[in-house]
Design a binder for this molecule. Structure first.
Ligand SMILES: Cc1cc2nc3c(=O)[nH]c(=O)nc-3n(C[C@H](O)[C@H](O)[C@H](O)COP(=O)(O)OP(=O)(O)OC[C@H]3O[C@@H](n4cnc5c(N)ncnc54)[C@H](O)[C@@H]3O)c2cc1C
Length: 433
């Protein structure tokens, strides 16, 4: 197949997942990336591991540490949970690249300096002077991807990350709320320790850059949770890496010849704990969107609508999740950090109660066999993008029958197992026979 050449910019989870998806669809793919410039540890849930398995990132999946205990001290209440999986990012990122190599995806190591249009193609110029031409660009450079105008931004947020080496011991992590922000911390079994404080970029009273290690050490000394997790090893000054963790949604995330995925499409507040999860979610749908844009240009609008709507929907969901965590900490509600985040992005509830009277049938873009198609779906109060099938049963005809008073006949036509599934879904929507 003389397939179009696709360049994926960035070898994080989003870029790698899209590259594998495109390779499976028969495209020629290059991934172009440099290494992340700092070491970090990130906490993910079991559903991230399921996402990695689903997209075929098996080496990355195997690099996750076993579940570790996580202490949460929020709103003055202590909880001990046992569901966090720690990702050692340098190990995880190296494993992602092995997954690419195993699948035969070509990786070019280097820093991208410039992008430009050349006729119908895109020229990618690397810092070392190499240059490449591609027919389609996947922007997956995370928070470092250049942003266009007119984006939605949350309160400006800054995270300071310190790491140091202690004696090997038990792995674990913890999170705690503070008067001016919150801190997340993790100890790995080999003795590497990470502590990260997240503050309001404008309100934080920070010293000059060269005094940040001492400032962070003093903040650690003041925390009983830090002392419990790391002991004395936390009290010495350690190198600090500062980065933005502001929630950002670019105005446009897809167009003819290009698409944004992962953090480049929507960067969420790290408090929602969903960064890697959302990267995989956007990467799961992107190959079908790209396939449609390249093979069915007449469906460009439909495919773009599909990606744009899903990214915006996911972003708002995670933004509201973050807001609800901030609202659950009332002790410093009037302090600048908390006040700004309790009201952003809006006052709408995270989930809307089911209401059978609000079910609607509408024509929407759907994912169908590696392409974006249009189909009748059911819109619910909580799923405004619609549900097409459950367990292989198309829902729109069922809801039309319900609205026309012919539900019994529609259900009778289904196999018993499907009938039970559909009846269960209708009951969840508030249907009372
Ligand atoms: C402070 C903070 C804490 C976080 N904690 C968590 C957490 O605990 N759990 C969680 O799930 N998520 C967390 N996240 C979010 C998580 O890191 C991201 O959501 C996730 O890594 C995004 O994946 P990605 O593939 O989109 O981008 P990335 O993982 O950022 O990958 C982008 C890739 O592009 C490369 N690149 C960038 N610019 C260039 C260039 N010019 N040329 C070549 N290559 C380039 C980078 O080197 C990198 O390899 C956190 C984020 C922040 C800011």
């Amino acid at each position: 197949m003389n397939a179009p050449r696709i360049a994926v910019l960035g070898a994080g989870p989003a870029g790698c997942a899209v590259a594998l998806g495109l390779q499976r669809l028969g495209y020629r793919v290059w991934v172009i990336s440099e290494w992340r410039r700092f070491a970090a540890v990130e906490g993910v849930s079991a559903r991230v591991l399921e996402g990695l398995r689903q997209v075929g990132l098996h080496q990355a999946l195997a690099s996750a540490a076993p579940p570790t205990p996580r202490r949460v001290r929020w709103s003055g209440v202590d909880q001990l949970l046992n569901d966090e999986r720690l990702l050692d990012r340098p190990l995880f990122d190296a494993a992602l690249r092995r997954d690419l190599a195993d699948a035969g995806v070509e990786l070019l190591q280097g820093r991208i300096r410039q992008l430009g249009q050349q006729g119908e193609q895109q020229r990618i110029v690397l810092e070392d002077g190499r240059s490449l031409l591609a027919d389609f660009l996947v922007e997956a450079r995370g928070r470092q991807a250049p942003l266009g105008e007119g984006r939605l931004r949350g309160p400006e947020t800054l995270s300071l990350l310190s790491s140091w080496q202690a004696e090997p011991g038990r792995a674990g992590s913890a999170v705690e709320s503070l008067a001016d922000g919150w801190a997340w911390m993790a100890a790995l079994a080999d003795g590497r320790c990470y502590w990260q404080i997240t503050l309001d970029a404008a309100a934080a009273e920070l010293p000059p850059r060269d005094e940040l290690p001492a400032y962070c050490a003093a903040r650690r000394q003041a925390s009983a949770l830090v002392q419990a997790l790391f002991g004395d090893s936390a009290n010495a000054a350690a190198p600090v890496h500062a980065r933005s963790s502001t929630a950002i949604l670019p105005r446009q995330v897809v167009g003819p010849g290009w698409i944004r995925v992962g953090d480049a499409a929507m960067a969420v507040d790290p408090l929602s704990g969903n960064g890697v999860f959302q990267s995989l979610s956007s990467a799961l749908q992107a190959p079908a969107v790209i396939n449609t844009l390249l093979q069915h240009p007449e469906r460009t609008q439909l495919a773009c609508r599909f990606h744009q709507q899903r990214i915006e929907h996911l972003f708002m969901r995670f933004a509201r999740t973050g807001r609800d965590f901030y609202t659950a900490e009332p002790r410093w509600a009037d302090a600048a950090f908390w006040r700004a985040r309790r009201g952003w992005p809006d006052a709408q509830p995270l989930h809307v109660d089911a209401d059978i009277a609000r079910l609607q049938v509408a024509s929407m873009p759907v994912l169908n066999d590696g392409l974006i198609d249009e189909a009748e779906v059911v819109l619910t109060a909580d799923q405004p993008l619609g549900i097409w099938h459950i367990d292989g049963v198309a829902l729109a005809p069922i809801v039309r029958s319900l609205q026309a008073g012919r539900l019994e006949a529609a259900l009778a036509a289904l196999a018993p197992a499907s009938r039970r599934t559909v009846q269960g879904w209708l009951l969840q929507q508030g249907y009372r026979p």
